[in-house]
Design a protein around this ligand. Structure first.
Ligand code: BTN
Length: 234
């Protein structure tokens, strides 16, 4: 039994685990999502894993790692299943407008230096039911069950390609991919986080992976937050 693959990977990273160390769980007793939420999946149904990365990046660029993960998951799902997917900024993967996968990327700092990033990924694979209408699984979308480890292998390969390009200084292709498959750009949104809300039209993702919003007060660049779109905009 494991509480959370991110927690285990973080402990490993503190103990010196090398880049690429991988924690995979069949079930988590305390899976974690963004904004302190929990991430719940019945045993044996979801793909749940965390990778220890040690990128040579300045800490402000660490959010690009979450984009690497989201873009890799989106591509891998389409490749392995044929199901169309999109990225809700910053790093949710949607299918049919519902959440199919989430990414929790956590930075470990040593002073002002980025010591590690834990990229935690949860993909809803074979779940039959959800407590919310806003989530779905590959099974829910297709009526088919999928082999989780085969999807894991595809995701890791897609992550490796994007991560290596990013470290080699090429973030152009990654950002182009995130824009091209964005469920957020072009939408009127409310961005929540840090105790406040910003309302505007999402117009771009900039070279640091920030969401660019066209607001009443001009262009605003958001590093983090939760986007609400469409019918959900209050
Ligand atoms: C989110 O959308 O809020 C992010 C969800 C991330 C969930 C995954 S499941 C595997 C890894 N371990 C965790 O505790 N969380 C991430």
């Amino acid at each position: 039994m494991i509480t959370s693959t991110n927690e285990r990977a973080k402990a490993w990273a503190h103990d010196g685990a090398p880049e690429g160390a991988l924690v995979v769980a069949d079930h988590q007793s305390a899976g974690r999502g963004r904004f302190g939420r929990s991430w719940v999946a019945p045993a044996g149904t979801a793909l749940l894993f965390s990778v220890v990365l040690r990128p040579a990046l300045e800490p402000p660029r660490a959010p690009l790692i979450a984009l690497v993960a989201a873009a890799a998951v989106r591509q891998a799902v389409e490749q392995d299943t044929g199901i169309r997917t999109a990225i809700k900024w910053p790093n949710d993967v949607l299918a049919d407008g519902k959440k199919l996968a989430g990414v929790l990327a956590e930075s470990l700092l040593a002073g002002s230096h980025l010591a590690a990033v834990i990229a935690g990924i949860g993909v809803n694979v074979n779940q039959e039911n959800f407590a919310t209408e806003r989530a779905t699984s590959l099974y829910g979308l297709s009526g088919r069950t999928y082999q989780r480890f085969s999807l894991l292998a595809t995701i890791l390969e897609e992550m490796r390609r994007r991560y290596q390009a990013l470290l080699a200084g090429d973030s152009v292709a990654l950002l182009a991919e995130c824009r091209a498959h964005s469920a957020t750009i072009g939408q009127d949104v409310v961005l929540s986080g840090g105790g406040g809300q910003i309302r505007g039209r999402a117009v771009d993702i900039d070279s640091d992976g920030r969401l660019v919003l066209d607001t009443q007060d001009g262009l605003v660049r958001a590093v983090a937050g939760e986007v609400t779109t469409g019918e959900d905009v209050p």
